[in-house]
Design a protein around this ligand. Structure first.
Ligand code: GN1
Ligand code: MG
Length: 374
C-alpha cells in the first residue's frame, strides 16, 4: 500500500493526538489486514527506539468501538492476573496494550467521523503470512491454546458481543442467498463463479453443524479470539516461539471451535490465503498434527470430550465459511473485505474452497489424528 502525501500528513496529525508530535518520526503501513487500516508509528529523539501501532477502526464492521475497547481491557486484566499467578521463568507471553489519546478519558479517538486507536508494538518479534514448517504450526497451536487456557475461567458473559453473528455459518449462508436474490448475474468468462456457487449449494446442509451442537448444549460459549490466523501470531525473533496473538477486535463470546477451525484453515495451508493457484491449495495433515499437538498441550485440560469431537468439523466448516464470506462479498461488489482488484474476493473464495475440499477428502485421517492426540 503506497501512502499519498495527503494520507501521510493526516496520519502524522492523528499520531500526534496520541504522542507529542515533535517526537514522531514516521508512520508506515503495517500488516495485511482486510478490514481495519493499520500503521506503525516510529518515534525520534530520546524515544527513537520506541514504536507504536496506530489503527483506524472500520466502523461499518465494528459499530461499537467502546465495547471493542472494553473487551480488550477485560481480557488484558484477566490474562495479567492469570500470568502473575504462574511460576516465574515460564514462557514469554505478551499482549498489545491500548495507549490512550493525549488529554482524553477514552481509549480511542474520534476525529472527523473516524475512530482511531493506538496500541503498544511488541518488539523483537516477527510475523508470517503462511506456515511453512511444523515448528511454526505447533507454535500457532500453542499460542492459541495458551490464549484459550488463560481465559478459560473468564465467564463468556463478561464480554460484550461486538460482532453479532460472527462465525455463525448459517447466517452467512442466509446473507449469501439474499445477495444472490438481489444482484444481477455477474460475468463469468472462465466458469469459476459458477463452480464456486455449486460448491456452496452442495454443502448447504452442513452449515448448521456447530450451531446445532451448541443448541443441544454439547458446546458452550467461551471467550474467543475470533481471528487466530497465522498473520495474527507474533513469534519471538530469536527463539521462534509464539509470544502474542494480536488483532484483538474480534474477542467476544463464541465457540472455541471458531478459533480452532480458523487456526487450522490458516495454519495448515502452506500456500496461504492469497495463493496464486487456488487449485493447488491443500490441507497439510502433518502441519495439522503439529498445530493440534501445540494446541492440546496448552489448552487440552479445559476441553471436554465433545469439544475434541467437533474439531475436524470446525476445520472444514470455518474454511468453507470464509470462502462463502469472500464469495458473497464478490457478489455484493466488494463491500466488506479490502481488495486489490475486481475478482480478488472470488479468487480468495476459490482458495478456501480448495482447502475445504482437501479437508473433506482427509476427514477420516483428521478425525483419527484428533483421537490419537486426545
Ligand atoms: C478479516 O481484517 P483481518 O485481516 O484481521 C476478517 C476475518 C477473516 C480474515 C481473513 C472482522 O480479518 O474474519 O478470517 O479477514 N475479520 C473480520 O484474512 O471480518
Ligand atoms: Mg482481524
Amino acid at each position: 500500500m503506497v501512502q499519498t502525501q495527503l494520507q501521510t500528513s493526516r496520519l502524522l496529525t492523528v499520531a500526534g493526538r496520541f504522542h507529542p508530535p515533535g517526537f514522531i518520526a514516521a508512520v508506515a503501513p503495517l500488516g495485511q489486514g482486510n478490514v481495519n487500516d493499520t500503521h506503525l508509528v516510529s518515534l525520534r529523539g530520546e524515544e527513537g527506539d520506541r514504536r507504536f501501532v496506530l489503527q483506524r477502526l472500520n466502523t461499518t464492521v465494528f459499530t461499537a468501538p467502546r465495547l471493542v475497547m472494553q473487551n480488550l481491557a477485560t481480557i488484558t486484566a484477566h490474562m495479567d492476573r492469570r500470568l502473575q499467578g504462574l511460576p516465574p521463568g515460564g514462557d514469554r507471553w505478551e499482549l498489545p496494550r491500548p495507549i490512550a489519546p493525549r488529554a482524553s478519558d477514552d481509549l480511542w479517538l474520534e476525529l472527523d467521523g473516524e475512530v482511531w486507536r493506538a496500541l503498544s508494538y511488541i518488539e523483537g518479534t516477527i510475523g508470517l503470512e503462511a506456515v511453512t514448517s511444523a515448528a511454526q504450526a505447533q507454535e500457532l497451536g500453542r499460542g492459541l491454546g495458551l490464549f484459550h487456557d488463560l481465559l478459560h475461567d473468564l465467564p463468556a458473559a463478561h464480554l460484550a458481543d461486538t460482532l453479532e453473528g460472527f462465525h455463525v455459518t448459517p447466517r452467512y449462508l442466509a446473507e449469501h442467498r439474499a445477495v444472490l436474490q438481489r444482484v444481477d448475474p455477474l460475468p463469468d468468462p472462465d466458469g469459476h463463479l459458477a463452480e464456486a456457487l455449486a460448491f456452496v449449494r452442495a454443502r448447504e446442509d452442513q452449515v448448521d453443524l456447530l450451531e446445532a451442537a451448541a443448541r443441544r448444549g454439547d458446546l458452550s460459549p467461551r471467550p474467543i479470539h475470533g481471528d487466530p490466523k497465522i498473520g495474527n501470531l507474533l513469534f519471538d525473533a530469536t527463539s521462534g516461539r509464539a509470544v502474542a496473538l494480536i488483532d484483538l477486535d474480534t474477542v467476544k463470546p463464541g465457540l472455541l471451535h471458531y478459533d480452532i477451525g480458523d487456526a487450522l484453515r490458516s495454519g495448515c495451508n502452506p500456500l496461504g490465503e492469497e495463493a496464486a493457484a487456488p487449485e493447488q491449495v491443500r490441507f497439510d495433515l502433518d502441519l495439522a498434527a503439529a498445530l493440534l499437538q501445540g494446541y492440546l498441550g496448552a489448552a487440552g485440560a479445559s476441553l471436554t470430550a465433545a469439544d475434541r469431537h467437533w474439531i475436524p468439523t470446525a476445520a472444514r466448516l470455518i474454511s468453507f465459511e470464509l470462502g462463502l464470506r469472500f464469495l458473497t462479498d464478490h457478489l455484493a461488489g466488494d463491500v466488506y473485505f479490502r481488495t486489490s482488484q475486481r475478482g480478488h474476493n472470488l479468487h480468495r473464495a476459490r482458495v478456501q474452497f480448495s482447502l475445504c475440499a482437501s479437508i473433506e477428502a482427509q476427514l477420516p485421517e483428521l478425525t483419527a489424528l484428533v483421537q490419537r492426540l486426545s
